[in-house]
Design a protein. Structure first.
Length: 336
């Protein structure tokens, strides 16, 4: 092959690479509307969209309220899908502002920018009737939570809630999701509002603790005996958990103490996701949910001084070192 032919071939290759580079650069040039993971942002020019943009500019989170597909909701670390499918609908215009106000006034109001940016995933979905449905539909009269029943799925007007309805979900591949029923939107009491805001904020705190963003207080186990066996059947027994400095095991949804207190959750590497932070997280939950008067009634200072000392230690630790007021979170908003 002559040198002339070689130079011609090299010139053709160079032109092709230059043309590809220019085309590729065109693809990378912003079009004026950013589309994270296939969804346009913002999703409109309504007053709530302006609020959503402000939330993004402050906290970095993208809030979406429509066009959220099942493919987005069911992304996983693996390509093999099993179990039920997560699904949900677009919010109507008359509902979006309620959701956005809740995020601003009942959640982000009580936490700082650092906590949100380090714990909340990039996307927050506000969905109508967020729920699960069977991966394989059953063609019979059984309610699958997908409609055609008298059950309130968040879009109807009955008093019962779809058993598949999910009010809050923090286990998405790269998202969290929030959903309210119509009855909640129309009649959200102060207590019901707390039952929505406190678990949401707690999930951020939990993630911060498990990821080392929030540390355990150094003296959290000072004066605590973690080795002697517990006798929790009798509150007057010195070996009862209250007398040993441990409050009740308050569940993550803050509705109940759903299982007996057991030290293995806190001090032994069992299957518990909380180890070794379960004790700290439970003290956080008790501080978040109960007011000072309720704590005094439940754990009297005169009777349980060690327990009260530890509750106060955790409260002051988060307030002084992270600017997070657990009592203010628990008191909640009176906004309607």
């Amino acid at each position: 092959m002559t040198m002339r032919k070689i130079n011609l071939i090299l010139a053709i290759i160079g032109m092709a690479l230059l043309n590809y580079s220019c085309n590729d650069e065109d693809k990378l040039t912003p079009s004026g509307q950013f589309i994270p993971t296939g969804l346009p942002f913002p999703q409109g020019d309504n007053p709530w969209d302006k609020d959503i943009v402000e939330l993004h500019e402050t906290y970095g989170v993208y809030v979406f309220y429509k066009d959220v597909t099942e493919a987005l909701l069911n992304r996983d670390w693996t390509s093999v899908g099993t179990g039920d499918i997560y699904t949900g609908g677009d919010l109507s215009d008359d509902k979006v502002q309620f959701y956005v106000d809740f995020i601003k006034d009942d959640v982000f109001k009580y936490v700082n920018k650092e906590l949100v940016t380090k714990t909340l995933p990039v996307r927050l979905y506000l969905l109508d009737n967020f729920r699960t449905r069977p991966r394989i539909e059953v063609d019979d009269d059984t309610d699958t939570g997908t409609g055609d029943t008298d059950t309130d799925t968040g879009t109807g007007g009955t008093d019962t809630t779809d058993p598949r309805f999910i009010p809050f979900y923090a286990e998405g591949f790269d998202y969290w999701a929030l959903s309210f029923t119509d009855d909640e939107i129309q009649n959200l009491t102060h207590e019901a509002r707390r039952l929505r805001s406190v678990p949401f904020i707690y999930q951020m705190l939990k993630k911060a603790v498990l990821n080392g963003i929030i540390s355990n207080p150094e003296s959290i186990l000072e004066g605590v005996d973690t080795k002697t066996g517990f006798k929790n059947s009798d509150p007057n027994n010195p070996r009862h958990c209250f007398n040993r400095g441990f409050p009740e095991n308050l569940s993550q949804d803050f509705k109940t103490s759903n299982k007996p207190w057991h030290p293995s959750v806190y001090f032994h590497p069992t299957d518990s996701e909380y180890y070794p932070h379960g004790d700290f997280l439970n003290l956080i939950r008790n501080n978040m949910w109960y007011s000072e008067d309720e704590i005094e009634a439940k754990y009297p200072q005169a009777k349980y001084p060690l327990l009260r000392k530890r509750l106060d230690l955790v409260y002051r630790h988060l307030l002084d070192n992270y600017g997070i007021d657990l009592k203010a979170i628990g008191a909640g908003s009176d906004a309607n």
